[in-house]
Design a protein around this ligand. Sequence first.
Ligand SMILES: NC(=O)c1ccc[n+]([C@@H]2O[C@H](COP(=O)([O-])OP(=O)(O)OC[C@H]3O[C@@H](n4cnc5c(N)ncnc54)[C@H](O)[C@@H]3O)[C@@H](O)[C@H]2O)c1
Length: 357
Amino acid sequence: MPDPTRPRDEPANHAVIGCGRVAPNHADAFQALDGAWTIGWACDRDADVAAAFAEKHGIPRWTTDPAQVLADPAVLSVTVAVDHAQHAALARQALRTGKHVLVEKPLTLSGDDARDLLTEARERGLVLATVSQHRYDPLVTALDEWLKDGLLGRLRYVRASLEASRDEAYYRDSYWRGTWAHEGGSALVNQGYHCLDVTQALCGGLTVRAAVAVTGELFGAMETEDTLCALLTAGTVPVTLSVTVGSTVTWRTRLEFVGAEGTVELDIDHPATLHRAQGNPELERRAAERRRTLPEAAPGINYYGTSHRRQVADFATAVTGRTGMKTGPEAGADMVRLLEELYDAACLPGPGRMRGA
Ligand SMILES: NC(=O)c1ccc[n+]([C@@H]2O[C@H](COP(=O)([O-])OP(=O)(O)OC[C@H]3O[C@@H](n4cnc5c(N)ncnc54)[C@H](O)[C@@H]3O)[C@@H](O)[C@H]2O)c1
């Protein structure tokens, strides 16, 4: 049912809280919704950042105070795109003022907070979601279909990796990156998140078997892990995960699904590339069809891709049409649980243990 409190002829009103690196993807995605949505507020605790973001994206009001945004009855929904440690409190505050909430990943830093948010949203009948944009990538959706249609046969193993480079200034110049208290980890919870998230979605759930991490080797400005490798299972299928921010390569993901009847190797960078699809002739036929799709231009940092638009469209339909989302809050909460287990297995403080920090 459409929201009865919103006049039908007025566009739905969204606000962006946190106007940093990823925020342009949210502005782009809501503004791409054919005039049905508008962004009413830009909010950043740094006034210069909020004002510049509002001006650049044609947003009529800006503030440094999230409470001012949440007190505006015209605001129907908010994006929360600040450091990880504040996701839970800001999302809770937004839900308690009756706003639908789209939280950047990860949903929260602790499983307890994630569960509390899910309950809060459910009891209030509000839409809550975590950004998982790469689950919406056409290539990932295609692989999901190929797996469900049995084109790869029984999976033998899955490999997922992210190789990235981050310089010292990236950590030194940020109030939150590289700290357990604010980022809750680094290479895994931040840069490696999407590789794990897409693997979890395609495998239908993962169990952690072992993990090893490296900390303290990159710059003095980083207390969190720069590298983490893990062994997981999807049912009886072995899954390996390797993530690092200490490479010389700016950004390179790679997912490899090896089955008894076919192998698929792809990345989720932008444009996402299908490197290999071989074995089963039907798999090869569908892969050739998929390769003919032309890539779209990315609105923000290239490797964030284009699928914020797809997930925001899904979120917007859920808010105004009250339908379920393809990727609802349970997916985000499952990821928080998995991250906690991985940090525990690697004997690191990790998100779950930083509750209340
Ligand atoms: N989905 C993706 O591909 C993707 C990409 C990048 C970042 N992210 C996620 O987005 C979130 C933000 O990351 P970023 O890289 O944009 O960070 P950033 O540091 O560039 O920006 C965060 C902004 O939030 C502001 N802020 C902090 N606390 C605030 C508060 N209480 N009220 C208002 N503003 C506040 C800061 O001043 C800063 O400008 C993180 O959760 C990150 O993991 C997701």
